[in-house]
Design a protein around this ligand. Structure first.
Ligand SMILES: *Cc1c(COP(=O)(O)O)cnc(C)c1O
Length: 471
C-alpha cells in the first residue's frame, strides 16, 4: 500500500541527524546508552499492517507487535477516528470527584462482559506497571479489611516480568532489575518458573512435561508452607511468561497452582498484559491455561498500543470487600479512565470482534504458526520450539541433540537478532531464546514470510557462529 509521507510534528532530518539528537537528549528504557550511541539508534517512521519502515526506507516485518501490543496492526483508521472524535468532544475529564465520563463507563461495561465469570469491576491505570502496583494495594487492603493484616507476602516467579515501577519490578523476577536500586521491596518473594528447558540439567532431568509441571507447582506450595500459609496474601503470574522468553508451562502446571491457591485461600493474580485480548487464542490467558484468578492485570493489547491504557479486572471476591466494607480506597491516577484511551480501547475491542481475531488465533493462525515453526526443528542451531497462540520461542543451542548451550559471552541471541534486523524482521532475543509475538491480524501467507525470515536469520547466525568458532 502506498503511504504518503505524513506531516510529522517534528522537523525533517537525515537519519544521522536523528541519531545525534537522540543520543544527545533521549534516555531510552532498558538501554546501554554508550553502546547505543556508538552504533546509532534505528529510527522508525511509519507502520502499516504488520510492517514498519525505518528512516532509510527499509521495510521491517514487526514480529513483536511493537512491544507485544499492536495486536490489530498499524494504521487502523477506526482507532484513529475514535481518538479524534473523543478529543474533539471531551479530551479529558477526571473520575475522582464523583464524576464519570460515558466512554469510561462503556469500556468498564465492555471489559466486564468480555471477562470470565465473576468479574464485574475494573480499576483503570495508564500502564501494566501501575496496574500491578494497584494489585499490591488492593491485595493488602483486602486482607486488612478482612482482619488478616498478617497476610502480607506476595509470591511471584523468577524471571517474571510485571513492569518497572518499584513495586512492579519487585514483583517481577528479573535479577538484573533487582540488582539496581535495592529490589525487591519487602514482602515479595519468588519461586522457580515452569521452564523445562532451563531446568533440563537440574530439577527437570529425567522428568516428562507432566511431572515437571507438577514439580514446578510444588515449588509454590513448598514456599507457602515455609512462609506460613497465613502470611501469604497472593500469588502473581503470567499465564504464559512473555518477556521471560515465552515460557509455555506444561499442561499440568496451572491446575496444580489453582489447587494450591484454593487450598491455602491465597488470592491469584493473573497478569494478562501480554496474554489478554486474544494473544493465546482466548480473550484471556487464564482461559487458555485453565486458572480462575481473583484479579487480572491488563494493558498493552487493550488499545493495541495506540495510546497508553492499563488496569485491573477486580473479581467479585475482592470487589465486594472493597466496596461493602472499605469506605474510600486511597489510590488512583489523574488519568484513570482517560476518555481518549477508553475510546480507543472500545474501537480496538470492536475491531478484534469484527475481524474475529480471537477465534482466528485459536483455530487458524495459532496452529499454523506452530506448524510452520516446527519446520525449524531440523535447523542445526535450534534446540527447542514452543508456542501458544501467537506467541512463540525458538531456543538456540550449541548442540541441539544434547541441549548444550552456547557460551553466554558469545551472545548468540543478540547476533541472531542483528541478522533478523538486517534481513527485515523484528524478533527479540532473551538470552539465546528468540521470541516472536506478531500482530493478531497476521495472515497465513505473512506467517510463512515471517518464518522464512527467521530461517534466513538462523542460517546467517550459524555462518557467523561457525566462522567465529562458537560451534
Ligand atoms: C509489559 C508488561 C507489564 C508492564 O506494562 P507497562 O505498560 O510497560 O508498565 C506488566 N506485565 C507484563 C506481563 C508485561 O508484559
Amino acid at each position: 500500500m502506498r503511504h504518503p509521507e505524513p506531516d510529522l510534528p517534528a522537523p525533517r532530518r537525515t537519519t544521522r541527524e536523528w541519531q545525534a539528537a537522540d543520543a544527545a537528549h533521549f534516555l531510552h528504557p532498558f538501554t546501554d546508552h554508550q553502546a547505543l550511541a556508538s552504533r546509532g539508534v534505528r529510527v522508525i517512521t511509519r507502520g502499516e499492517g504488520i510492517y514498519v519502515w525505518d528512516s532509510e526506507g527499509h521495510r521491517i516485518l514487526d514480529a513483536m507487535s511493537g512491544l507485544w501490543c499492536v495486536n490489530v496492526g498499524y494504521g487502523q483508521p477506526a482507532l484513529v477516528e475514535a481518538a479524534a472524535r473523543q478529543m474533539t468532544q471531551l479530551p479529558y475529564y477526571n473520575a475522582f470527584f464523583q464524576t464519570t465520563t460515558p466512554v469510561a463507563v462503556a469500556l468498564a461495561e465492555k471489559l466486564a462482559a468480555l471477562a470470565p465469570e465473576g468479574f464485574q469491576h475494573v480499576f483503570f491505570t495508564n500502564s501494566g506497571s501501575e496496574a500491578n502496583d494497584t494489585n499490591l494495594r488492593l491485595v493488602r487492603r483486602y486482607w486488612d479489611l478482612l482482619g488478616q493484616p498478617e497476610r502480607r507476602v506476595v509470591i511471584s516467579r523468577e524471571n517474571a516480568y510485571h513492569g518497572s515501577t518499584l513495586a512492579a519490578a519487585s514483583l517481577g523476577g528479573m535479577p538484573d532489575m533487582h540488582a539496581q536500586g535495592g529490589l525487591p521491596i519487602p514482602g515479595i518473594v519468588h519461586v522457580g518458573q515452569p521452564h523445562q528447558w532451563a531446568h533440563r540439567d537440574g530439577a527437570a532431568r529425567g522428568l516428562d512435561a507432566d511431572a515437571f509441571g507438577r514439580l514446578a507447582a510444588q515449588w509454590l506450595e513448598d514456599k507457602i508452607l515455609a512462609l506460613g500459609p497465613k502470611t501469604v496474601a497472593a500469588f502473581i503470574a503470567e499465564p504464559v511468561q512473555g518477556a521471560g522468553g515465552v515460557i509455555v508451562p506444561p499442561a499440568s502446571y496451572w491446575p496444580e497452582v489453582q489447587r494450591i491457591c484454593d487450598r491455602y485461600d491465597i488470592l491469584l493474580i493473573s497478569d494478562e498484559v501480554i496474554c489478554g485480548f486474544g494473544r493465546t487464542g482466548r480473550w484471556w490467558g487464564c482461559e487458555t491455561v485453565g486458572s480462575r484468578p481473583d484479579l487480572m492485570t491488563f494493558a498493552k493489547g487493550v488499545t493495541s498500543g495506540y495510546v497508553p491504557l492499563g488496569g485491573v479486572m477486580v473479581g467479585e471476591r475482592v470487589a465486594r470487600v472493597l466496596i461493602e466494607r472499605g469506605g474510600e480506597f486511597e489510590h488512583g491516577f489523574t488519568y484513570s479512565g482517560h476518555p481518549v484511551a477508553c475510546a480507543v480501547a472500545l474501537a480496538n475491542l470492536a475491531l478484534i470482534e469484527e475481524l474475529d481475531l480471537v477465534r482466528r488465533v485459536r483455530e487458524d493462525t495459532g496452529p499454523w504458526l506452530a506448524e510452520r515453526l516446527a519446520t525449524l526443528r531440523d535447523h542445526p542451531l535450534v534446540g527447542d520450539v514452543q508456542s501458544c497462540g501467537l506467541m512463540a520461542a525458538v531456543q538456540l543451542a550449541r548442540e541441539p541433540r544434547t541441549g548444550a548451550a552456547f557460551d553466554p559471552a558469545h551472545a548468540v541471541g543478540m547476533a541472531c537478532r542483528r541478522h533478523c534486523f538486517d534481513g527485515g524482521l523484528v524478533m527479540r532475543a532473551v538470552g539465546d531464546r528468540m521470541i516472536v509475538a506478531p500482530p493478531l491480524v497476521i495472515t497465513r501467507a505473512e506467517i510463512d514470510e515471517m518464518v522464512g525470515l527467521v530461517r534466513q536469520a538462523l542460517d546467517r547466525t550459524l555462518e557467523e557462529a561457525r566462522a567465529a568458532g562458537w560451534v
